[in-house]
Design a protein around this ligand. Structure first.
Ligand code: SF4
Ligand code: ZN
Length: 306
């Protein structure tokens, strides 16, 4: 890139933000990247100075970047605490590498690392659950199974550790994709809350950061990135939505931000949230009589151990 940096006028530019027209050098890209995360945390009131924060770290580029960025930001708040949580879903040929990456990153940053697995929590790994679902003719996509149970286990651990906040590395792209997926599935929870009020708060500090920028920041910082892809990724409905939104964003830069702001206008009210029923099996808040976790586990004949 030969044009000058929009901010410092250096001629060593490395990144163009199509939606804002900014052209940036490495230093200004990194600075504005961190600044945006700080702004996101403050705009959505995600954290307080003395919070005990858990970061969900899969070992993928997004979560690894989030861990490093929050570590950098929270260093300025000596009363806060940061720890990492990794869930081993049990996906042969995929999880081993990312788990190793997550362990090494936490060691390097000297961050406490809590690891749990589907096998420990539910009695079966994801690979085994998929086999059971095929034997029982229960149709449930691997990603749905994986996503619902991972979130459930993360919350369980976060509650046990008495965390104030649980941070996930969902980017602007992920969040807009989820809103669209909810529309397409007719999910009554389409109007998800920006920040949950229950303890632990579920927070997404990359909510206003496009995935491309997270990937570029990870590349600039030289984080060790995973080389294998999950074998179940092909089956995900999210792929279709992701491809469509990527193409749309390329043709109409800024569309993802517009979509996010539109969806956020319809955020579920606190009153409505508190009226949600509780699952008759596990007692967790749910818009159904039996929550998705209990439904899945009973269909697969699994007894949770947590
Ligand atoms: Fe889980 Fe699907 Fe991601 Fe694989 S691609 S880790 S199954 S959510
Ligand atoms: Zn339940």
């Amino acid at each position: 890139m030969s044009l000058k940096c929009t901010i410092c006028k250096s001629s060593k530019t490395v990144f163009k933000r199509a939606y804002s027209g900014e052209i940036l050098c490495e230093k200004c890209f990194s600075k504005t990247f961190i600044k945006r995360v700080v702004k996101t945390i403050s705009r959505y009131n995600m954290l307080h100075f003395n919070d005990k924060i858990g970061v969900a770290v899969s070992g993928g580029k997004d979560s690894l970047t989030l861990l490093h960025v929050l570590y950098k930001i929270e260093k300025k708040f000596p009363h806060s605490q940061l720890l990492a949580i990794t869930i081993d879903e049990g996906i042969k040929g995929y999880r081993e590498e990312s788990l190793k990456i997550a362990i090494e990153a936490c060691k390097k940053l000297k961050i406490k690392h809590v690891i749990s697995s589907f096998k420990e929590a539910y009695g079966a790994s994801l690979d085994e659950m998929i086999k059971i679902s095929q034997e029982k003719n229960v149709f449930i996509s691997p990603c749905t199974l994986c996503g619902i149970l991972r979130r459930h286990l993360l919350f369980h651990i976060a509650k046990n550790l008495d965390l104030d906040a649980l941070a996930t590395a969902h980017t602007l792209d992920d969040i807009v994709q989820t809103y669209f997926l909810n529309v397409l599935r007719g999910d009554v929870n389409i109007f998800i809350r920006k920040v949950s009020n229950e303890k632990p708060k579920l927070i997404t500090p990359f909510r206003l950061t496009p995935e491309k920028e997270v990937a570029f920041y990870a590349y600039l910082k030289g984080y060790y990135l995973q080389s294998t892809l999950c074998k179940y990724a092909y089956s995900s409905a999210r792929n279709f939505v992701r491809n469509f939104l990527n193409q749309y964003e390329t043709n109409y830069p800024g569309a993802l931000f517009t979509a996010l702001h539109t969806f956020e206008k319809f955020e579920i009210s606190e009153e409505k949230e508190s009226k949600k029923e509780r699952c008759i099996i596990c007692g967790e808040r749910s818009s159904r009589k039996i929550c998705r976790v209990c439904e899945i586990l009973s269909k697969l004949d699994l007894k949770p151990k947590i």
